[in-house]
Design a protein. Sequence first.
Length: 302
Amino acid sequence: MGRNPLTTSPAGTNGQLDGALAFRLATIQNRAVLVQNAGVYDLEKHSTGRFSADPMQALERFRELHEIAEALPDVPDGAVSVAELGICVPRSQKIFAVGLNYRAHARETERQPPATPLVFAKFRNCLAGPSDDIILRGATTDWEAELVVVMGTRARDISRAKAWDHVAGLTCGQDLSDRETQFANDPPHFDLGKSFDGYGPIGPYVVSADQLEERAADLEITCKVNGELRQHARTSDMIFTVADLVAHISSVCTFEPGDLIFTGTPSGVGRTTGTYLQPGDTVTTTIEGIGTLTNRCVAERA
């Protein structure tokens, strides 16, 4: 047993960055696992019972996961198979999302950048895994690649300077949106239009915040549909940073471990051209240092 330092790898493979050991938390068959060097390790087993199999408990004690990761053996329980990975944060109490948080996206929608974060809610039924199918519920489902913040503490009134102390990690997300529902009225129904079942894939892992805090302000983010690049940006185009959002939202309500913040999408959404997802399409979302979601669109069964 011993330290297995991470090495640099391309975004979308192991989601690794240079530097010290990170933890990557995932789920397989509803059990918490750590992912390291292309192997998976059952958390309950390798913590010798200190942790249960519940991934939500792991998020509550995210600081202890580094110690467990340090002691993992060289031989894993098995190889990583993204197809087997489930929802990495399966029971979020609250899911926040942020509109118009990239300057280029505000320009493409012909809207002024907001003076304060435009925050709305998504409901927990929208969550899906990194390779789950997207069951299309209409003809106007749009893609929105997003960096997602995973909170790790119960806290409110968090200062911007202390925001990252309360973040367990980051993951990839898709804020899929039914535009017909969203814009059926004025003002728009952001919450309903973005909360259809399965319209919030996340994953493949929660990557520990300490590995990404300094880079979170300039990570590459892409979305491809059937291999064609639709969105390509860096998080440096965000209007409000992760710290800004944590401070702002916590001034209103108390965060709980496992709460999520979808931090906004770059330019290139389908609504600007009237191009939407169709059955058979594949949506591939990649964020540097975290990994890739690959979700296939299927028609709703009659």
